[in-house]
Design a protein around this ligand. Structure first.
Ligand SMILES: Cc1cc2nc3c(=O)[nH]c(=O)nc-3n(C[C@H](O)[C@H](O)[C@H](O)COP(=O)(O)O)c2cc1C
Length: 474
């Protein structure tokens, strides 16, 4: 299996949807919460203070509580109208709200917090202590190192073979959610995707259904330091809870996972350069605080169509957020480029535009794009009712030249990370946003006039004025 075979086999087309006999088997829906049962549970203090700079001095538990509360915790709930049942929503978004990403972390020398390996339990905002002692993963020397893992079955239950793509997007969102919260507290973060998966999985005694995907090291004076107490490792381990009564095997997912496990060191070539004619103005600014923005961010169900538009400085701010650098060992050059379907942007003719961060917007196609954007997004009206929708086009060949099949992961991480930036920038400016993993791949290429060597569509996105979602609790 190669990335190309997997990608081609998991494209949506009218024909593939027609052929699909898949239905959602609610009896086997995977539990969105992993617990390692039988381990000590450490409280993370409730109601942590909002991130601020300079950071307030705090101890290890308060620091970790704040970091996780603003990056991975539960932040809202929705009610199922027919049954009245409630389900949780989190700071980080997730395709189908299925949350394949788990947050583990190792700590060393934190004030009033024992060195060891932990797993975050979002359902009760607690840390499961899986082991005490000193852990070093992939030779990374930092006081806090997060290990983000993916449970593919959670997504495959709904999205079948295409689910590996969504796991990678979710990982990108989770990574940025963590990196931006760390930044808001005054920490630097650096993500590593280039590590030996099996070694990390073994060192952390991961359950077989959890795949290590990213290591994120946090450093900075804001991390409350205590004594480093080197000692023997004591394992509590814990039994991972069973997520479903039954699982279904998806050979394409196992195949692409095996292909992307192979490590190849490489340097990614720079992206090709181009020019946009529409120069973007100074970005609009938002007065909303980071903590409030991330805790109130939601995916819009749909957007109000009509006349309401986004201003060019607001769009400029959203695009600038997407172009800020990423700090990761696979982020030497960008792999993803944004194409915009501008429906209602003040001062910009409706049309399709390509975004060049250095120079602005290049017109690709003029005219009303609402029907096209919705149609290409598998008929989802929200891509047409938005003020602006996006196709993220990834240079998967360039990624593979640098990293082999593993580059497939990195392009999707980048797209998810851009998505997270778009979500927060939109929210900060008073808009709503929604990531869109479902689109007709080859139709998008044809519509945008892309040759195969110009890249592949890997993610869609939409931003606009959200309609009220009655399922959200007040
Ligand atoms: C990678 C990804 C793909 C998504 N794809 C879609 C989609 O195709 N259509 C849609 O309506 N929402 C989509 N969403 C939004 C999710 O349904 C939403 O994040 C989830 O229900 C949780 O809600 P929240 O974002 O408000 O926390 C996607 C989200 C992500 C992160």
């Amino acid at each position: 299996m190669t990335w190309r075979e997997y990608h081609e086999s998991t494209k949506h087309s009218v024909e593939s949807l027609r052929r699909s006999r898949h239905y959602l088997d609610w009896a086997t829906m995977p539990d969105p919460f992993r617990h390692y049962e039988g381990v000590p549970l450490l409280d993370l203090p409730a109601d942590p203070s909002a991130p601020q700079i300079p950071p307030v001095a705090q101890d290890g538990p308060a620091f970790l509580s704040q970091l996780l509360f603003y990056s991975a915790a539960i932040s809202a709930s929705k009610r199922v109208p027919s049954t009245g049942d409630k389900y949780a929503l989190r700071v980080n978004p997730s395709s189908g709200n299925l949350h394949p990403t788990e947050f583990h972390f190792i700590t060393r020398g934190l004030k009033q917090w024992p060195d060891g390996l932990y797993h975050y339990r979002p359902s009760s905002h607690m840390a499961e202590q899986r082991a005490l002692g000193e852990f070093v993963l992939a030779a990374i020397d930092a006081p806090i190192v997060f290990l983000l893992t993916s449970i593919a079955w959670r997504e495959a239950w709904k999205y079948q073979s295409r689910a590996y793509r969504y796991c990678l997007h979710d990982m990108g969102h989770a990574w940025q959610s963590l990196a931006l919260a760390a930044h808001a507290i005054g920490c630097e973060s650096f993500a590593s995707g280039q590590f030996a998966d099996d070694e990390v999985a073994q060192a952390c005694r991961l359950s077989g259904d959890e795949w290590p995907m990213l290591l994120v090291a946090l450093r900075g004076a804001c991390i409350p330091a205590g004594a480093i107490r080197a000692r023997e490792t004591v394992w509590f381990g814990g039994n991972p809870n069973q997520l479903s009564s039954e699982t279904v095997k998806y050979p394409l997912i196992d195949g692409i996972y095996a292909a992307t496990k192979l490590l190849r060191a490489g340097e990614v070539e720079p992206a090709s350069a181009g020019r946009g004619k529409i120069v973007l103005p100074m970005p609009a600014v938002s007065a909303r605080a980071f903590g409030e923005v991330v805790r109130t961010r939601r995916s819009a169900l749909d957007f109000c169509g009509g006349d309401l538009s986004i201003s060019l400085p607001q769009l400029s701010a959203i695009l600038a957020a997407s172009a800020q650098p990423f700090f990761a060992d696979f982020a030497g050059a960008r792999l993803v480029q944004l194409y915009l379907y501008a429906h209602r942007v003040n001062g910009v003719e409706p049309g399709v535009y390509r975004y060049w961060p250095d120079s602005g917007l290049e017109l690709i196609k003029s005219g009303d794009q609402r029907v096209a954007a919705a149609g290409l997004s598998l008929g989802q009206a929200l891509a047409g009712n938005a003020c602006v929708a996006f196709s993220m086009i990834a240079d998967l060949d360039r990624a593979a030249r640098a990293y082999g099949d593993r580059g497939y992961r990195y392009a999707h991480f980048e797209a998810g990370a851009i998505g997270q930036r778009l979500y927060l920038a939109a929210e900060a400016l008073g808009f709503g946003a929604t990531g869109i993993g479902a689109f007709f791949d080859d139709q998008v290429h044809r519509y945008l006039g892309l040759d195969p060597e110009q890249g592949q569509v890997i993610f869609h996105f939409a931003i606009g004025y959200p309609v009220h979602d009655p399922r959200l609790d007040a």
